[in-house]
Design a protein around this ligand. Structure first.
Ligand SMILES: [Zn+2]
Length: 390
């Protein structure tokens, strides 16, 4: 019912694309991360819960986006289309397609760990399940999020007691809000970078309960031992240095492996991902009852092999989705020059290395060259985000 074309996953029967990577007339979109949401399409159908963040991301094309509540069915040229929660970020959806009793589910990015900032992943019974495999290796097993947040708050408390600011890096859409939801506001003020502030306001508008935050200014951060939540692209920037003495941390699934922590310059790494780990991936696939699994972005080879060993029909699907990137600081931008509130964007094509207050945007706004199947991100400056230990 779906096949890969040059522009993305295409449904011939319904004449629409799911998460196209090139502009197409009709797009059905799982979520608003930039590797799934392409500018310039003729129309966008997204989950109602994700409409606000989608419109923010679409900018001049925002008027072309339409929301549909989870569970509601729309027939597009005879194909029954519905959205079901994916648990990845606010409004993230799995797309269910049904035609003459045949059911496919394209799950986009998803996780099954608890996250108060989005609707929980739901298993959807299907014949064919399209799954990501960002962390599809047995070494990836997440600690309980509650323990991770206890560690983050303990780190913050320690820094505040020593008169240091805490700079916590996470992608501006999704991860940053999940981090905010887990912070203990009794420790001190919580400040947010412009890119985080924008998306956080949309989360609040959607009814997500988050602690009070203030727009980050250096003086406030220095004086009070504040927590500053910012996109990874600000790590090491002049903007970050304005906070004076501070400690840095990055929250990502990649932080599970020592090499990834070492390659980033941060003081601490917290293992927190918005993707399924290995056991969750296998459980999720099992819960769909699918007899056929198509495996996309990530460790497709090992996952396909494992599923075949279990007697399932499994194949890799070559898409251009990227999952969760390890490092954003050194990426270059070609396709987008986002402007964040309070800072101006660099011209498109400039390296997005933060060189002053003019750093641009949000780590997950940045497209790398195609990293379709190889797992962790490819960094264009020649440094390697994929170590042997990942
Ligand atoms: Zn995503």
């Amino acid at each position: 019912m779906l096949r890969v074309t040059e522009s993305g996953l295409y449904c011939d029967l319904g004449d629409f694309f799911v998460d196209p990577w090139r502009p197409v007339p009709r797009a059905v979109v799982t979520h608003a991360h930039s590797d799934h949401l392409t500018w310039g399409c003729g129309s966008y159908l997204v989950s109602e819960r994700g409409l606000g963040v989608t419109r923010e991301r679409l900018g001049e094309w925002s008027g072309r986006a339409e929301g549909m509540p989870f569970g509601e069915v729309r027939e597009i040229n005879g194909v029954r289309v519905s959205f079901h929660p994916a648990g990845h970020i606010l409004g993230s959806a799995q797309v269910r397609l049904e035609h003459r009793g045949e059911v496919w589910v394209a799950s986009g990015d998803y996780k099954t760990d608890p996250d108060p900032t989005c609707d929980a992943w739901e298993p959807v019974r299907c014949h064919t399940f399209i799954t990501e495999s960002t962390f599809g290796l047995p070494i990836y097993r997440w600690p309980a999020p509650r323990e991770v947040f206890a560690g983050i708050n303990a780190w913050w408390r320690e820094n505040a007691a020593a008169g240091r600011a805490s700079l916590l890096f996470g992608y501006g859409l999704g991860k940053a809000q999940r981090l905010l939801a887990g912070l203990d506001p009794s420790i001190g003020p919580i400040l947010v970078h412009g890119a985080v502030d924008r998306m956080t306001a949309l989360y609040r508008e959607a009814g997500v309960d988050l602690p009070p935050t203030e727009y980050a200014t250096a003086s406030r951060g220095v004086a009070t031992g504040a927590m500053v939540v910012a996109p990874p692209s600000t790590d090491g920037s002049a903007w970050a240095r304005k906070f004076g003495e501070h400690s840095t941390a990055f929250a990502s699934g990649w932080m599970l492996v020592r090499g990834a922590r070492r390659r980033r310059s941060v003081d601490r790494g917290f293992t927190l991902s918005d993707h399924v780990d290995w056991p969750q991936l296998l459980q999720a696939i099992d819960a769909t009852g699918a007899e056929r699994v198509l495996v996309t972005h990530g460790f497709t080879g090992p996952v396909v092999r494992w599923l075949r060993e279990q007697g399932l029909s499994a194949d890799a699907l070559a898409t251009r989705y990227e999952g969760e990137r390890d490092d954003a600081q050194v990426l270059t931008a070609e396709s987008e020059s986002d402007t964040t509130a309070g800072v101006s964007a660099q011209p498109a094509g400039d390296p997005r290395v933060a060189t002053g207050d003019e750093f641009a945007g949000d780590a997950d706004d940045i497209r790398t060259s195609s990293t379709s199947d190889g797992g962790p991100p490819v960094i264009r400056d020649g440094s390697d985000a994929r170590g042997a230990d990942e």
